[in-house]
Design a protein around this ligand. Structure first.
Ligand SMILES: Cc1ncc(COP(=O)(O)O)c(C=O)c1O
Length: 382
């Protein structure tokens, strides 16, 4: 590594390299849309839906405006609303819980497993009440939640399952793709996601043709045909120009996912023995490393020292969902969210994107180890 390379910024996420790789393909597809003026629900949306359903191992995909609306529409399609409770993990991006609120239902937060950061399945049953209608697990950071156990609980209590797979495109549990386990799987194509558009985008996948039909109506003003509104609907369609970007990216998604997994392995090689808690990866799962999240009790110093070396880390997410203004009165199970609370204080997301080079990972790993060692020497907690 030369001196200049040593000081080049390493961003948390790099969107520019990927965009350059697909630019010509995207422009060609967009030109076609412009030439034909098929801006709303154009052929590209249907083409993408077809490809993405197949990619997820689901029968149908319905494109949505974004991941938040994908969850919101999924809840509405399942008739979940006022008076109903939806059990979800206490740590996620706020949109998971907001979507439940948009549907008029009540989010009930359950604590997480400290190893994989996903909903602790052993606590779910204690959160079930007579109002519970669904479980909404989040495959956080690209690690599949324990879907076998979740589906078993759902079957036993006659509950619906909606997967928040916004961070888990292509993630697998026992060879089955995330999004295809429950009634409906929800995805975000926010630009920084593993499959990201050049703006907002989202989708749901399902194996149930009736649900698919309801979701299609819901996203398009309840219309089957123009001006025939069969039910209350919304404007939540996936944009045709964004579908062009997604179609171009679909050609690369598997390669990029494997590159993420390689970056994660390089991190593990660099950080092994550092006494930091590294992300747990279940042996029966394919973790797709939307984020590479480590734990340290000295987060502020670690992040500040990395920033001094032009390495940009992040926090996903700094507070449990139950502390968000609108959810302070949300019911939680009696034991509360001690793991969520502890984890939220300690997590750090290291730079992660498919194009990260081995040299870059070594630079981050070396910097982290040095900082951690110096903290150890000054007998601070690691
Ligand atoms: C776990 C999770 N759920 C839901 C969302 C919402 O997706 P969007 O930003 O596309 O609305 C996101 C991402 O932003 C997310 O990370």
């Amino acid at each position: 590594m030369d001196a200049e390379e040593k000081h080049q910024p390493i961003p948390l996420v790099d969107l520019k390299t990927q965009s350059r790789a697909i630019k010509a393909d995207v422009l060609r597809r967009m030109e076609d849309v412009m030439d034909n003026a098929r801006y709303i629900l154009g052929k590209e949306v249907a083409d993408f839906e077809h490809q993405f359903a197949e990619y997820c191992g689901a029968n149908v995909c319905v494109g949505m405006a974004n991941g938040t609306e994908a969850i919101h529409m999924a809840l509405r399609a399942l008739d979940i609303g006022p008076g109903d409770e939806v059990i979800t993990a206490g740590n996620s991006f706020a949109a998971t819980a907001f979507a439940i609120a948009y549907a008029g239902a009540q989010a009930v937060f359950v604590d997480i497993d400290p190893d994989d950061f996903n909903i602790d399945t052993s606590l779910i049953e204690s959160a079930i009440s007579e109002k519970t209608k669904a479980i909404l697990p989040v495959h956080l950071f690209g690690q599949p939640a324990r879907m076998k156990e979740i589906m078993e609980i759902a079957r036993k209590h006659d509950l619906r399952v909606i997967e928040d797979a916004a961070q888990a495109h292509g993630a697998e549990l026992e060879g089955q793709r995330c999004g295809s386990f429950g009634d409906i799987g929800c995805f975000s194509f926010y630009p920084g996601k593993n499959l990201g558009a050049f703006g907002d985008g989202g989708a749901v996948v399902t194996n149930d043709p009736e649900l698919a039909e309801r979701l299609r109506l819901l996203r398009n003003y309840g219309q089957k045909q123009k001006n025939q509104h069969e039910s209350l609907g919304f404007n939540c369609r996936l944009d045709t120009l964004q579908a062009c970007v997604l179609l171009a990216k679909m050609q690369h998604i598997e390669k990029w996912t494997e590159q993420r997994r390689q970056v994660a392995q390089w991190y593990r090689d660099e950080l092994v023995g550092s006494e930091l808690l590294l992300p747990h990866a279940h042996t029966d799962s394919r973790h797709v490393y939307h984020l590479f999240v480590i734990r340290t009790r000295n987060r502020e110093r670690l992040m500040a020292s990395l920033a001094e070396q032009n390495i940009h880390a992040g926090i996903h997410y700094p507070n449990p969902l139950s502390t968000a203004g609108s959810f302070q009165d949300a019911p939680t199970i009696p034991m509360g969210l001690p793991v969520c609370t502890e984890v939220a204080r300690e997590i750090v997301s290291l730079p992660m994107y498919p194009e990260m080079t081995h040299e870059q990972v070594k630079r981050v790993g070396h910097a982290v180890c040095q900082i951690v060692q110096s903290q150890e020497m000054s007998s601070e907690l690691v």
